[in-house]
Design a binder for this molecule. Structure first.
Ligand code: 5GP
Length: 209
């Protein structure tokens, strides 16, 4: 019998680098997968449907909300994002740890629903670094770009103030260090008595001298 996978909620403001951290974590540690959320925003350059997000229309999103398909969902930066329940349940049942890269509202919904998960908040090294990263990623004219970036920065400050509701907090100053901390969190949580795989432990306890 394999263990049931653990849910890891990873929240960080846009631009902090949580996607790269989570991708590196999945590549580095066996049996960790990232949940692919549904989103109503348009894909950015380099983003692929089904890989980064399931990009769906507002109408399709509303239908999935009505059907109860989402474990949680929220409106972030004027778009809707949601975690599909079924793939999470299937991955966890197959013994995979699942990373839910979601915002503070989604994380709060999971806590309120009493869903067992380990909550991790990732902070930027400074607001200036974050602003530069956000301005660089928005398409369009420079003024519109910096307006969007400053809106996102204001949201980032509000979101970051909620870090204390999480189980772990780290600053993504040095990517390698932040990755090492995330990896340590995943490995340590696997050894919590309630998360540990019972099969080898029972086998050991029942074995002879
Ligand atoms: P972005 O558009 O930059 O990819 O993501 C914007 C925000 O939406 C980020 O804070 C990200 O964590 C959040 N987000 C992405 N997927 C989900 C989701 O399924 N649920 C919730 N609540 N937030 C999400």
């Amino acid at each position: 019998m394999s263990r049931t996978g653990i849910l890891f909620v990873i929240s960080a403001p846009s631009g902090v680098g949580k996607t790269s951290l989570c991708e590196a974590l999945c590549a580095d540690v066996d049996d960790v997968v990232r949940s692919v959320s549904c989103a109503t925003r348009a894909p950015r350059a380099q983003e692929q449907d089904g890989l980064d997000y399931h990009f769906i229309s507002a109408q399709q999103f509303a239908e999935r909300v009505a059907a109860g398909d989402f474990l949680e969902w929220a409106c972030v930066h004027r778009h809707r994002y949601g975690t599909l329940r079924q793939p999470i349940d299937e991955a966890a049942a197959a013994g995979k740890d699942v990373l839910l890269v979601i915002d503070v509202q989604g994380a709060a919904q999971l806590r309120a629903a009493g869903i067992d998960a380990v909550h991790v908040f990732v902070l930027p090294p400074s607001w200036q670094t974050l602003e530069e990263r956000l301005a660089g990623r928005e398409p369009g004219a420079k003024t519109a770009r910096s307006k969007l970036a400053s809106e996102r920065l204001a949201v980032a400050r509000q979101e970051s103030a909620q870090y204390a509701a999480y189980d772990y907090v780290l600053i993504n100053d040095c990517f390698a260090e932040a990755l090492a901390v995330l990896k340590a969190i995943v490995l340590a949580e696997r050894h919590r008595v309630r998360h540990a795989n019972p099969a080898p432990i029972r086998q050991l306890l029942n074995s002879g001298a």
